[in-house]
Design a binder for this molecule. Structure first.
Ligand code: GDP
Ligand code: MG
Length: 439
């Protein structure tokens, strides 16, 4: 989705004037991009109609920077389609807040239950408890136990021979007795929606009266994700959606369709298999990401979560002052290595999502070590002032790090580009972003 939309946008941006015909062509490409990304047909139709209506106004086409204005309209309409604002979890006035996880088999219910519990623990010092209500496969309970153990959360379970509704009833009693503030019910899924499963879920809902019934949907299933959501939503009082496996979904269609089709907010997105890979869903940030403007805010938040807070602030200040040097670079590298695969992080940087240079890039941890070796070979003065690095100094670094000179040159060039990019990003203006998008 990103690629096609972005190419439509940059084509448009190169035009000094935008004619009706250009607009028509752009709208055609946006429509194709959305359909290719498996966005629901009705949603595409409405979306294109909205954008066209707003963009056709004479103010837009004849005003300053028509292309930029159209990009802005597309951005705003994408955001609106996804629900505009982030929607927080519902909470009960009295403990426990009851959260029921629902969704097809393999959607990510159990994993996401774990991620959510960890988030609540970290952010609110909460004491969640799980109820194991998926009794159809013994392995399901073991899986929940394993997840729960890794984040130190208790599981209430009665094995596989008890009716799930009864398990939930007893589990809730236990949670009340133990004053747990959240109960997360992990339910069974099927490969398709079937009546027996739905009845069971309805019975659990009736008994537990959850504050939050979260539908967990696999983003990679495209159109089916929307159909599934519609199916669950017609039987249960779904209160929110969690879109999982967004890390593996290159098309991003589900995020756009689900809200529009079900009217239910996407509350979180899963972006990896680790327990920390759950993020609050922000429609505006997702729109930026789809448009290839990157998701700088989530990146910074991720950085703050995993980084030392002072360190993150220091880096931002340095970026702003343009005094980012090799010492910071080294710090960054070390912290970034703890954040997860570099290629995932890079995708969140504006202009990087679609940058052919890093597309499909796989960063080998060995490469990181080589880069570090080169930086370690620098003198303190060189680290602080990269401009000192003339050819003879570079040869010395190559010898010191036992790396070829071309690699040293390449690394310094990349550092300078990174620094330039950071300056643009941290100045935070749309113009900088635009420039990167176009370039
Ligand atoms: P359930 O059947 O709905 O309980 O699904 P599980 O929680 O067992 O998840 C099914 C598979 O999807 C597991 O291998 C998870 O590790 C994987 N998974 C869940 N969420 C994500 C995600 O956000 N990203 C990725 N890459 N994998 C995920
Ligand atoms: Mg499960």
């Amino acid at each position: 989705l990103t690629e096609r939309l972005q190419s439509a946008m940059s084509k448009l941006r190169r035009k000094p004037k935008v004619t009706e015909a250009d607009l028509k062509e752009t709208m055609r490409e946006i429509r194709l991009a959305l359909l290719e990304a498996d966005v629901n047909f009705t949603v595409v139709k409405d979306f294109v109609k909205q954008v066209r209506e707003r963009a056709t106004g004479t103010d837009v086409l004849q005003g300053l920077n028509p292309a930029q204005q159209i990009v802005k309209i597309v951005d705003e309409e994408l955001t609106k389609t996804m629900g505009s604002e982030a929607v927080p979890l519902n909470k009960s006035d009295k403990i426990p807040t009851i959260i029921m996880m629902t969704g097809l088999q393999g959607a990510g219910k159990t994993t996401t239950a774990g991620k959510l519990a960890l988030k609540l623990k970290n952010e609110e010092n909460a004491r969640p408890m799980f109820i194991a209500a998926d009794v159809y496969r013994p392995a399901a309970i073991d899986q929940l136990e394993t997840v729960a153990k890794s984040i130190d959360v208790p599981v209430f379970q009665l094995g596989t021979d008890v009716d799930p509704v009864e398990i939930v009833r007893q589990g809730l009693e236990e949670a009340k007795a133990k004053h747990n503030d959240y109960v997360i019910i992990d339910t069974a899924g099927r490969l398709q929606i079937d009546e027996k499963l739905m009845n069971e879920l309805v019975n659990i809902e009736t008994l537990a009266q959850p504050d939050e019934i979260l539908l967990v949907v696999d983003a990679m299933t495209g159109q089916n994700a929307t159909e599934t959501a519609d199916g669950f939503n017609s039987k249960l009082n779904i209160t929110g959606v969690i879109l999982t496996k967004l890390d593996g979904d290159t098309r991003g269609g589900a995020a756009l369709s689900i809200r529009a089709v079900t009217g239910k907010p996407i509350k979180f997105v899963g972006q990896g298999e680790k327990m920390t890979d759950l993020d609050v869903f922000h429609p505006d940030r997702m729109s930026s990401r789809i448009l290839g403007m990157g998701d700088m805010l989530t990146l910074i938040e991720k950085a703050q979560q995993d980084f030392d807070e002072d360190q993150a602030k220091k880096t931002m200040d340095k970026m702003r002052e343009n005094s980012f040097d090799f010492n910071d670079f080294l710090d960054q590298m070390e912290q970034v290595q703890n954040m997860g695969p570099i290629e995932d992080i890079m995708k969140m940087i504006p202009g990087m999502a679609n940058n052919p240079a890093i597309k499909n890039v796989k960063v080998d941890p060995k490469d990181m070590d080589h880069i570090k070796a080169i930086v370690y070979s620098m003198t303190p003065a060189e680290r602080e002032n990269p401009d000192l690095l003339n050819p003879s100094r570079r040869r010395r670094l190559a010898a010191g790090a036992a790396r070829p000179i071309v690699e040293v040159n390449r690394m310094i060039k990349q550092f300078n580009e990174m620094k330039k990019m950071m300056k643009q990003v941290s100045s935070g203006n749309m113009a900088g972003m635009e420039q990167m998008m176009g370039g």
